[in-house]
Design a protein around this ligand. Sequence first.
Ligand code: FES
Length: 143
Amino acid sequence: MIDLISTIRNAHEKGTSLKRCLMDLRQKYGGISESMMVAVKEVYHCTDDELAEITRWFPKLKSGPLSAHELTVCEPCWKSHPELMERLKEIQKRCGDEVLQITPSGCLGACGVGPNALLDGQLYSQLDHNRPFWDRLESFIQK
Ligand code: FES
């Protein structure tokens, strides 16, 4: 399982700048979620103001609030499971953009246990059998 904090810690220990770390996370996961921001802030020991100064040029953060939940989907994994993508699209449609944002990405580095996705920074695997994942997604649907 990918540990987001470990990834960020490794970057910090290698001397990667905060800005570079955020850019790398954005490229790898397709966006910067709230949970990523919290993790980066903790590892880099930066203030909200310092983080805001660095991220103000991120188009996604400038244009409005993030969705309440962010799902990063590994496209290579999901290609062979079109039925899962249909199910996901239906849930996203019922949730709305303000609740659930779906971002495609490249390999998440856990191919052996795919199909995979990151939900709010947490890796979920074997999504063709992962009931807790689908239950969590369905809990986002407004009643
Ligand atoms: S191809 Fe999906 S995690 Fe590698």
